[in-house]
Design a protein around this ligand. Structure first.
Ligand code: ADP
Length: 507
């Protein structure tokens, strides 16, 4: 069986339920109260609607207020204003989804200073009693300061290393020009590639410290993307003599963005493709326009990536197990590339098979606004370039087919139509086909989990067969979309359409 079951399951997080309900029962046992007051940690509880109804003594002494005053002011009065919006948003989200609450914020202490805390809360469902949220705020101020010091050190060190290197590189080039052919010139030429490498490593460190400090700026301009890509590839063809870099490209694509930064992304993808395919002899690069998106893919025939590593690769310093010891690197290139692509409003994804190779792709929207012009729209049938919905009279199944690259706009648009058609046609089962969806649409998963799924259930959804795309990143987006504790419908993922149809026929 190729399907992955994700029906309603018992969540392990409610295991401690009995213990906690004892802890919080008023005056039931004196020991828990003593424990909560003595523990060197801020502890609080809130009711199901999110109102704080208990804070321990540590909170009172940290804030310099009585329990009653803190409950009256509310917790938001003590949160730094720069952290307030995100923490309130996440809290509201947890209240809706009943998922754990996790955030970091600065809290105002009695000494007038703000200190960084890691807040975590979990909903405890109690039989016969109202649900409660139990939360802790852990002081992480020193860790945060150390992190900031480390980032500052990285920034200073990479700046300081860059200046002498630039001078060395300049003299090196002068020497190379003035040198007659011979042994010495040969040595100089060989050291040039190491200088390039050093320059790239230092550049990456510098960029990461800029991203961390929110100082990586883009210089947006109109430029010929096709020309930039061909120039970058032909330059790299000179550097990487071990591999032939094949380029397929549509001519004269004009794009508005930061040419230098996008070239950096391409260089990173290509140099990785070469580095992680030591036994191969070619890399294929492809650039085309699909659905008003510029899509660039770099395909190698190398070591590939284990599925467990795939989604973490764009994290800072992350390196996959199969490469960390065999290949040089800092694990920064993809993190920087991801930031650059996101700032251009784009997205990226990876397809990979271990031992066979990988395709790294990114998508840049050419139009900011999408136009959803329906090709056909009746009461039971809808079709545009992204989605087709059909509800036939003689079945209780609504058929949905998604087509092409999706993003926040298209998912919201298609998802809302699904709610509308499900309700109007009074169906309870959905056959949701993602086989024609490449790439990723992870930016919309959160919306799908917290807004779309509850609306679908209100509209009558009971059984949902989700036929997955072959794209790993599209699958990850789908999985995140049903990550809602409060869901009541049964949603099952399938790789084969026939299995989805059979399941819907039987439920
Ligand atoms: P670095 O190559 O310096 O380690 P990157 O951020 O560019 O840093 O890449 C992060 C990790 O992603 C690499 O360490 C490697 O494990 C994996 N990786 C990147 N590109 C490829 C590829 N083409 N094939 C296999 N693994 C790759």
């Amino acid at each position: 069986m190729n399907s992955v079951r994700r029906g309603p399951e018992k969540n392990s997080k409610h295991k401690n339920h009995d213990t906690i309900s004892k802890l919080t029962a008023d005056n039931e046992i004196p020991f828990p109260n003593l424990l909560l007051s003595a523990i060197p940690q801020q502890v609080w509880t809130a009711n199901a609607t999110g109102e704080i109804d208990y804070v321990n003594e540590i909170i009172c002494s940290d804030f310099g207020h009585s329990q009653q005053a803190i409950l009256e002011h509310g917790w938001t009065a003590f949160v730094h204003k720069e952290d307030l919006e995100t923490s309130v948003e996440l809290w509201q989200k947890s209240l809706r989804s009943k998922n754990d609450y996790v955030t970091e914020f600065r809290l105002l202490f009695a000494d007038g200073n703000y200190y960084w805390h890691l807040a975590r809360a979990r909903l405890i469902e109690q039989q016969g009693r109202p649900d409660i949220w139990v939360g802790t705020n852990t002081n992480i101020h020193f860790q945060k300061l150390n992190e900031a010091r480390k980032d500052e050190f990285l920034s200073i060190a990479s700046h300081e290393l860059k200046t002498p290197l630039t001078t060395i590189k300049g003299f090196h080039q002068l020497l190379l020009k003035s040198m007659e052919d011979g042994k010495t010139k040969n040595y100089l030429q060989r050291s040039a590639s190491q200088l390039e490498r050093l320059e790239r490593l230092i550049g990456d460190l510098l960029d990461v410290s800029k991203i961390n400090a929110g100082k990586l700026t883009l210089n947006q301009d109109n430029f010929n993307f096709s020309q930039m890509l061909s120039d970058a590839v032909s330059e790299m063809n000179h550097i990487y003599t071990s591999h032939k870099l094949n380029l397929e490209i549509e001519k004269d694509i004009v794009y508005t963005g930061d040419k230098f930064r996008l070239e950096q992304v391409i260089q990173n993808f290509i140099s990785n493709a070469v580095k992680y395919s030591p036994g191969a002899s070619k890399v294929d690069i492809d650039c085309r326009i699909i659905d008003k998106n510029l899509i660039v893919s770099v395909k190698d025939y190398g070591i590939g990536i284990d599925p467990k590593d795939v989604k973490k690769l764009f994290d800072r310093y992350y390196r996959a197990d199969n490469s960390s010891t065999r290949f040089d690197g800092l694990g920064l290139g993809l993190y920087i590339s991801a930031d650059i692509i996101k700032r251009h409003g784009g997205s990226f994804w990876i397809e990979s098979t271990i031992g066979q190779g990988s395709v790294f792709s990114f998508k840049l929207p050419l139009l900011q606004e999408k136009y959803f012009e329906p090709k056909i729209r009746t009461n039971s049938y809808y079709k545009d370039r992204y989605i087709t919905i059909s509800c036939s009279q003689d079945s209780d199944i609504m058929n949905v087919e998604w087509t092409g690259y999706q993003d926040m706009h298209s998912v919201k648009h298609g998802g809302s139509l699904m709610v509308e058609y499900l309700k109007a046609n009074q169906k309870s089962k959905v056959f949701n086909d993602n086989r024609l969806v490449p790439g990723t649409w992870s930016e919309a998963s959160d919306w799908a989990a917290t807004v779309w799924l509850p609306l679908m259930e209100l509209a009558g959804l009971k059984y949902f067969a989700w036929i997955l795309s072959e794209s790993t990143f599209s699958q990850l987006s789908a999985e995140k979309s049903i990550d809602n504790e409060a869901k009541r419908s049964e949603i099952i993922f399938f790789n084969q359409a026939e299995e989805g149809i059979a399941w819907l026929g039987n439920v």
